[in-house]
Design a protein around this ligand. Sequence first.
Ligand code: FMN
Length: 372
Amino acid sequence: MSETKPADLAPLFRPFALKSLRMKNRIVMAPMTRSFSPGGVPGPDVAAYYRRRAENEVGLILSEGTVIDRPASSNDANIPHFYGEKALAGWKGVIDGVHAAGGAMGPQIWHMGIMKPHQSGWMPPAPFEGPSGRVAPGEAGGTTMSEKDIADTIAAYAKAAKAAKDLGFDTVELHGAHGYLIDQFFWAATNRREDQWGGPTIAERSRFAVEAIKAVRKAVGEEMAIIIRLSQWKQQDYAARLAETPAEMEAWLGPMADAGVDIFHCSQRRFWEPEFADSDLNFAGWAKKITGKATISVGSVGLSGEFIGSFRGEKSEPAPIDALLHRLERDEFDLVAVGRALLADPEWAVKLREGRAGEIGGFSREALGTLV
Ligand SMILES: Cc1cc2nc3c(=O)[nH]c(=O)nc-3n(C[C@H](O)[C@H](O)[C@H](O)COP(=O)(O)O)c2cc1C
């Protein structure tokens, strides 16, 4: 990696505190689906995987997406549930291990919405559900949610968040990004509704997220920090955008901030890409400027290539983080999430801090095969 001296890393190794959340530094482990939880239950191997990151100086761990209690919230039998006695007992093992190692953690609670069937052939016991029976622009799939489906789903987010609090997690993140359920409501291409859950403006299509956030806030109380992860891009269309201007971004994020979001987790594939013309601020930079809330940036930190390419088999080499440090130093955003670099090497943060960056390797998709 780079020649960055440990002393230059000060912006990254400053502590951070917000409500229930106490972090020793600004490093967040990005949520990464691993599919190592058979029957939806995270076992001791999953607990040990997260604990290793906590032991090695990761300030906050966000879990892989873990699904809420809806019959079709998942398309993969090996993705962890965040409901049911066995799965929650598994998560108790995870958070206790992370706390014993001095770390902080939040689950990323998730409903996938309308999906294509998983490559394993596994199917959930009910049809996939979403705002308008569309899996992608112009492509039918799944069912359109009724008022009752929507009310029950919002209640399921709240129940999962309450479970997170009761288990002792430090925060909770709603997955509102990447073209999954909440994002399917945001996106005009997948939300064609003409009732109170849809409409021509982003503010109207944000209503589902806003109601879910309000329900989560009610369930966890005022003191637990709530994060929502958002992205302009979708797995169905990497070029899609929900907000073309800062004013549209304000219409999108403002109501969520008012509803109770403490931290916006702004997902980009490359953190250095400017969000709008005439400014080099990235998505997390704009979200912080517009809402006044704390934000997390993410995307190719410490690596030469971005993550979708790496799924296709492109290898990413270690890359300098100086540009990231400059942005952190000027408080463009508060926290930085690291995905593949931390998936491949649990000691990434320690090696950086101790001036052993030369020992950090790159990322290749073979790393996905095991829980290191
Ligand atoms: C194996 C893998 C699984 C992922 N699963 C999730 C997920 O469950 N939820 C989510 O919001 N993002 C997920 N992501 C995206 C990451 O959180 C992150 O935004 C992305 O990898 C970019 O960060 P990086 O370049 O540091 O890897 C996943 C990424 C990878 C590599």
